[in-house]
Design a protein around this ligand. Structure first.
Ligand code: NBP
Length: 498
């Protein structure tokens, strides 16, 4: 009897990401077995013309047991399932909202042998991946938590992938991951996938990617809004501006799709579709995580935080409508030169974007220190260079900056970015000033400028905060004239006053 064919990898979770990753893997020569909790979706997927065209390189399973039985050893099983789900798995569920992956792991464990690999490709909170890697390591199972970015198209044609977890698992999945990932470089042969670091490092970096994406989207929206409101530009004019910007240092996927969004008309009404979309932004939570974790680390990731809040205030539509009738603002109209202002907004966008990325890398470096990872920031910039939502020409410069100086404390101190921001700052300040004068909110631009000005201030008014804290709570303070001494406390009420 002929031996049953064994497959290179198994994938569970045939929603949009899973299906496209599977097809991508098969296109790159790998044999893939697939499974889904709702098993009818396995059959539906295998019946699609695209899956049919893959012949025996693709096979379905109707249980986890069957999936496991179809795999070459050491087995590799990738989960592309919802990372937040309320399925209880008592043994593992320290974080009940993330229990779907735990539940599947619990079911898989008795089916696997030591040395087999489980991969979670969902947007999982990194602390879960830290915990799962250690839990599974103790049981001889190798675990990978990988960020996958690029949405449906990326999954199909080449995503950016950010794997972390058990380093012993990496050589086993590396050929598959690097084959299916996006490629960059002059010969299109540098994979946007490389080992990030131990345990939850990959998911942390993916979360920062998403947070930076929040920042980019908000900054682009700031640019759109100030141009529209100050200059009264039409969508056609905005299209032309973004098309022009996309040929410059702002060349990026998000600027490109923004450009194209301005051209789309609603088939039903013939009106610009953008103008018909309700101005309430949704979110799935990775920006919030980054912001929360920045607060935990005490690092100022103000762009992502502001972007999360901007989405929150956008979602308060009825309150905004009510307030718009009650609260007044300036009546002023824009009086400057139209073309000059457009060029200034571009500079504001570029400088703010540099601040946003600077913050992202600062947070990753702080997290690496806190959680014991070794992160290569230049390599991370390269992984984001293609395949993912924040892909941009600009990331090449970030890679160069960290290659030149791997210990770079802040991107803004790299000579290239320092010069870029200094060159932009007069324009940037004018845009923020104009927005304030006109009463047009540009939270991203404003926050970025505040970060820049705070960072370049050797002195800040925190001496006052320390004095206040010591006054009301005896929290003590240090003195600039007595370095290495202290802490000091003053009896602020009874001390002699001038
Ligand atoms: P979804 O996030 O919508 O998840 C749907 C899949 O999860 C289905 O296969 C579903 O099975 C399965 N699932 C659920 Br829901 N609960 C489960 C459970 N308790 N046990 C087993 N399976 C369960 O799919 P997606 O949009 O393809 O995303 C997959 C993962 O990739 C997510 O973690 C997502 O955050 C991440 N991601 C998505 C994107 C994107 O652009 N969509 C990009 C990057 C990363 P069912 O069919 O039986 O309900």
């Amino acid at each position: 009897m002929a031996e049953e064919k064994k497959y290179d990898i198994g994938l569970m979770g045939l929603a949009v990401m899973g299906q496209n990753l599977v097809l991508n893997m098969v296109d790159h020569g790998f044999d893939v077995a697939v499974f889904n909790r709702t098993t009818s979706k396995v059959d539906d997927f295998l019946a699609t013309p695209e899956a049919q065209s893959k012949g025996d390189k693709l096979v379905g399973a109707h249980s986890l047991k069957e999936l496991v039985s179809k795999l070459k050893s050491p087995r590799k099983i990738m989960l592309m399932i919802k990372s937040k789900d309320a399925v209880p798995a008592p043994e593992l569920a320290l974080y009940p909202e993330n229990a779907a992956v735990d539940a599947v792991i619990a079911e898989l464990l008795p089916l696997l042998d030591k040395g087999d690999v489980i991969i979670d490709g969902g947007n999982t909170q990194f602390k879960d991946t830290e915990r799962r890697t250690q839990y599974l390591q103790q049981r001889g199972i190798r675990y990978i938590g990988t960020g996958v970015s690029g949405g449906e198209e990326g999954a199909r044609r080449g995503p950016s992938m950010m794997p972390g977890g058990d380093p012993e698992a990496w050589p086993l999945v590396k050929p598959i991951f690097q084959a299916i990932s996006a490629k960059v470089g002059p010969n299109h042969d540098v994979p946007c996938c490389d080992w990030i670091g131990d345990r939850g490092a990959g998911h942390y970096v993916k979360m920062v990617h998403n947070g930076v994406e929040y920042g980019d989207m908000q900054l682009i929206s700031d640019a759109y809004w100030i141009l529209k409101n100050a200059l009264g530009l039409s969508n056609k004019e905005l299209y032309e501006i973004f098309a022009e910007w996309n040929k410059t240092e702002l060349d990026s996927y998000l600027v490109e799709i923004t450009r194209d969004i301005f051209t789309v008309d609603d088939p039903e009404t013939g009106k610009p579709l953008l103008d018909l979309i309700l101005d309430c932004a949704g979110a799935k939570g990775t920006g919030k995580w980054m912001s929360q974790l920045a607060l935990d680390l005490g690092v100022p990731s103000t762009l992502v935080t502001e972007a999360v809040y901007a989405r929150a205030i956008s979602a308060m539509k009825s309150q905004r409508v009510n307030a718009s009738k009650a609260l007044s603002g300036p009546e002023k109209k824009f009086e400057g030169n139209r073309d000059e202002f457009i060029a200034q907004v571009k500079q504001a966008l570029y400088a703010s974007k540099i601040c946003s990325y600077a913050q992202g890398f600062v947070q990753m470096q702080a997290a690496a220190k806190e959680y014991g990872w070794t992160l290569d920031c230049g390599r991370i910039a390269l992984l984001w260079r293609g395949g993912c939502i924040i892909r941009a020409v600009f990331l090449e410069r970030i890679k160069e900056a960290f290659d030149k100086n791997p210990a770079l404390e802040n991107l803004l101190l790299d000579p290239y970015f320092k010069a870029a921001v200094e060159n932009a700052q007069v324009a940037w300040r004018n845009v923020v000033k104009t927005a304030i004068e006109l009463g047009v909110p540009t939270p991203g631009f404003t926050t970025a400028l505040t970060y820049y000005d705070s960072l370049r201030s050797a002195s800040l008014p925190a001496n006052m905060i320390q004095a206040q804290r010591d006054y009301f709570g005896a929290h003590t303070y240090l003195r600039v004239d007595k370095p290495g001494e202290g802490p000091f406390h003053t009896d602020w009420i009874n001390v002699k006053k001038s």
